[in-house]
Design a protein around this ligand. Structure first.
Ligand SMILES: Cc1cc2nc3c(=O)[nH]c(=O)nc-3n(C[C@H](O)[C@H](O)[C@H](O)COP(=O)(O)O)c2cc1C
Length: 183
């Protein structure tokens, strides 16, 4: 039975929660998955049949550790089913929430030597109460520029959890799990 590695790069924990939702959805389908932060000291990726990397955007960029990991494990990533997803707030706009239309995912993939078959983008969370004063001020300004919520008490989860679960099902299909039979 396929075992899937769900690696995440997360600052405030939302991308981790998305990976955990995928893990739970895979479990419902009888597919085992392990969730881990993308670090050098994590599980050995070679021990898994499929690898998914999810990373959030902060100040316009994914954590550079993500591209470092990709470069370091390129041959492995290219040799087995794999997928990538980006988490950001621009994706809360319906015109910016696909592989083709999300600027962060597009830019990342334009720079990446790894081109996974499955790529996704999910809107993240906005929770001003959790940010330090500088981040809060900056995010409120960015939201003001983009006509988003600026009230400092705002806590909104823009994530489409059904889309997250659909993505997990596509991962299972890639990895040859139960979803594979359904194509
Ligand atoms: C300091 C900070 C900077 C951010 N910068 C951006 C950004 O430039 N563009 C964007 O679309 N979202 C941005 N976001 C939104 C995050 O991508 C979103 O909150 C996501 O849910 C964070 O996921 P994480 O908790 O896994 O890091 C930013 C969030 C924070 C806290």
């Amino acid at each position: 039975m396929a075992k899937i590695l769900l690696l995440y790069s997360s600052v405030y924990g939302h991308s981790r929660r998305i990976s955990e939702r995928m893990q739970a959805h895979l479990a419902q389908q009888g597919v085992a998955a392990e969730v881990a932060a993308i670090t050098d000291t994590g599980p050995d990726p070679a021990a898994f049949d499929a690898i998914v990397i999810g990373a959030s955007i902060r100040h316009g960029k994914h954590n550079p550790a993500v591209m470092d990991f990709i470069r370091q494990h390129l041959a492995l990533l290219q040799s087995r089913p794999s997928a990538f997803f980006s988490v950001n707030l621009v994706a809360r706009k319906p015109t910016r929430n696909t592989r083709e239309t999300n600027p962060y995912l597009r830019r990342f993939m334009a720079q990446s030597p790894w081109q996974p078959k499955l790529q996704g983008v999910f809107a993240g969370e906005l929770d001003y109460s959790r940010y330090g004063p500088l981040d809060r001020r900056m995010m409120r300004f960015v939201m003001w520029l983009n006509k988003g919520p600026t009230d400092p008490t705002t806590k909104v989860e823009f994530t489409d959890w059904n889309a997250v679960e659909r993505f997990a099902t596509q991962v299972a299909a890639l990895a040859g799990g139960p979803g594979a039979a359904a194509g």
